[in-house]
Design a binder for this molecule. Sequence first.
Ligand SMILES: Cc1ncc(COP(=O)(O)O)c(C=O)c1O
Length: 460
Amino acid sequence: MADRDAELGIPPHGGPVQVFYQKKGARRRPTVARAEGIYMWDTAGRRYIDASSGPVVSNIGHGNPRVIEAMLAQAKKVAFASRAVFENAPNIALADLLTGLAGPGLERAFFVSGGSEATESALKLARQYAVARGETKRWKVIARDPGYHGGTMGALSVTGDPESERIFGAVGRIMPKVPAPFTYRLPANHDADSYARHCAAALAETIEREGPETVLAFIMEPVGGLATGALVAPDHYYGAVREICDRYGVLLIYDEVMSGAGRTGTFLAADHWPAGRPDLVTLAKGIAAGYTPMGALLAPAAMVETVAESGGFMHGHTYAANPLSCAVGHAVVSEMIEKKLMANAERMGNVLRRGLEALKTDHPILGDVRGKGLLMAIEIVADRETKAILPAERQAVYRILELGIERGLLLYTRRTANGKYGEWLMVSPPLIVTEAEIEEIVHLIGETLGAYEKELGSGR
Ligand SMILES: Cc1ncc(COP(=O)(O)O)c(C=O)c1O
């Protein structure tokens, strides 16, 4: 690898580079060379199976020829044109495509460069809508704990993460939180159904406590991402939340940055629960599948018009709706539709779930398998009976991630709140995944869990 890296002008590991590594010792990763389909290769020629689509991004796999062609064609025409001067055809086409897929009530699409910007856009549009309607006291956005909506300051205010609240709470404004309706590790005297009812009731109580006239919106991930490990609430939770929001005139925002764009088997995860239809939806990741930085806010036409008439949406980013990104997004979503990848996500999601469930027989540290479609997670426990978590100093999921990489298996993890709610890894391959590839993924996960159990047994 060293020779190949040198050829490519990459200094040896440990050598001086100007990259801003965020953690001590972070530069120990292989250097990526190329990727195709659901496989990636490093500069040493080692192959990895992308069992998580990176951070749940690469929905249509790597190296897709249609997308690359569309990217080249648009770049040759015009890569960037200011929205202050020009309309651009890819923006119009992508807005048409996404709002058509999202359906009634979400007739406008505002494009940005990622999930955090999409969250900011949703919070600002909601606030401006309230002001435009004379409800100027409404500004509080209730969110779930744990939850994740992005790393920018506005998004952090609704991100349920005690560590970032500790550090950034003084800078931004931390919004009220309600518990996420976990289904696996539950408080005493609760089953998943009763706990979901308790969590929905907590939303109503929080709105009452904060003063309903001050509450602007409630934001949640309909199928959880990394913060909850693909949490799916019992069906009745979604309708209950919608009803509570309606009762108090509170907007319901679904963060579908991870769950949207077909990943759960429908275009929006919201489509699984018609009774819980949201007012605003954010998208990112899968809508451009890693081929370009892209996010979107979907909103009702009437809301956009109300804000436009009251002076206009005071928001924007330089790269918003740039022609190149929109053309790429259009090619990605068109590919997903033509190749029927949503149906594949549902089918392969079932195959994956069965495979992962079967691993429980030989792997006692596998506590829970959950998720929807190809947005799945495996929860790691010390003891399946008690659901006890492994000691924090083990940082089990990070070690499992490493053992996977050693075996050519790529998963995705981050410990939420230092394991307060448990610890898990995302298993979320690209939506193009085949049954044979799922078998390979499940086999490698089994081997990886086995290797970790061996380490636990040997007291390492
Ligand atoms: C549910 C959810 N919302 C928002 C974000 C933020 O997106 P980005 O990292 O593109 O800013 C993420 C990123 O992981 C996410 O999973």
